[in-house]
Design a protein around this ligand. Structure first.
Ligand SMILES: Cc1ncc(COP(=O)(O)O)c(C=O)c1O
Length: 232
């Protein structure tokens, strides 16, 4: 269900700090098993993370409930919104999520640029993860003072072109309207699912009750690479 980008960094963090990574199981439909999630939480849990929508299965995760339960044990929550952002508008303040991330390339924008939303209290507490120009107030050989948010996290000459292009992509999506996009995609998803299931030997992976327009499938006896190449 998770993209590597929401697994690998946490494994690296575990190696560095000795933290333990625990995985919420999912059922055959491709939904998180919420009862098991509740059992995994304890006062030792520091951070809970998952995607809002799975790029592999299309599952929409019940993030409001996930966030509420995590906060109940004092854990922070990071939601990977890369696959969700083009399909669902997440109200980060109503959700009370601590961190929410999106990638521009999933929203008609360029590669190598994205969004990190974080609660101000967290971003103030976190140290810069890179050092360089632009992110400082004052530098001497003895000591550096960092600039205010968000510049503290923007070391070096930024990806200016990427930022402008992402802005244009978001304006374009807003012009069409996120509600209309979601409605049209839901129609396509229903139609495609219905038609695909008419193909003999076709099995869809990811049949969550709550899903967006992603369909993963296999056709018995045909290598997925061949199908992918032909359809591509
Ligand atoms: C759910 C999800 N998370 C993360 C990513 C990776 O984003 P990036 O390559 O911008 O880090 C993707 C796909 O690109 C994705 O679908």
């Amino acid at each position: 269900m998770e993209h590597h980008s929401n697994i690998v960094p946490w494994q690296m963090l575990c190696e560095r700090t000795g933290a333990i990574l625990k995985v919420i199981p999912m059922n055959k439909e491709g939904e998180l098993v919420m009862e098991e999630y509740a059992e995994l939480l304890s006062d030792k849990t520091k951070l809970v993370f998952c995607n809002h929508v799975s790029n592999a299965l299309g599952t929409i995760n019940p993030i409001a409930e996930i966030i509420k339960k995590a906060h109940g044990v004092g854990a922070a929550v990071l939601i990977d919104g890369a696959q969700a952002a083009p399909h669902i508008v997440a109200d980060v303040q109503a959700l009370d999520v601590d961190f929410y991330t999106c990638s521009a390339h999933k929203m008609c924008g360029p590669t190598g640029v994205g969004i990190l939303y974080g609660k101000e209290e967290w971003l103030k507490k976190l140290p810069p993860y890179q050092g360089g120009g632009e992110m400082i107030v004052e530098v001497t050989f003895e000591k550096t003072t960092y600039a205010d948010l968000p510049h503290k996290f923007e070391a070096g000459t930024p990806n200016i072109c990427g930022g402008i292009a992402f802005g244009a992509a978001l304006d374009y999506m807003h012009q069409i309207g996120f509600k209309d996009i979601a409605g049209y995609e839901a129609e396509l998803l229903d139609y495609a699912t219905q038609e695909l299931l008419k193909i003999e030997g076709l099995k869809i992976y990811g049949t969550a009750k709550n899903k967006t327009s992603v369909i993963s499938f296999n056709i018995e006896g045909i290598h997925p690479y061949d199908i992918g190449t032909i359809l591509g």
